[in-house]
Write a protein that binds this ligand. Structure first.
Ligand SMILES: [Zn+2]
Length: 115
């Protein structure tokens, strides 16, 4: 049986996205974590090239805008299996399937969070 989100919340203080799932799980996601796992073809290709780059090119670089705090500016359901997520850096082509979202993020322990 497919699980699906039942709750979607931004936690501005922690800069996290919280998703509650139909099986009772609650997971929190860093905006940057989601951006780094963007499953669109462009980002996949970028990550592939990074993996194959020679060691000399592995020094970290800071591109334009990357020093800005990243935000999620929008999140829309796609069919009944995924969300498309728009980021403040202008990138909005990633389709995050529920399956992928369940692999990412951090499982919130029961009892933590809201007091
Ligand atoms: Zn992407």
């Amino acid at each position: 049986m497919q699980v699906y989100p039942t709750e979607l919340k931004r936690l501005p203080d922690e800069r996290l996205l919280l998703i509650g799932w139909s099986d009772g799980q609650r997971r929190t996601y860093g905006y940057r974590e989601l951006r780094d796992h963007c499953p669109c073809a462009t980002c996949r290709e970028k990550r592939r090239q990074t993996d194959q780059a020679p060691a000399a090119n592995l020094l970290p670089v800071l591109g334009p805008g990357e020093d800005q705090p990243l935000e999620i500016t929008g999140m829309k359901p796609v069919g009944n299996y995924a969300y498309s997520i728009a980021f403040s850096d202008g990138h909005d082509t990633g389709i995050f399937t529920f399956e992928l979202l369940r692999e990412l993020g951090t499982l919130e322990r029961p009892g933590s969070g809201t007091p």
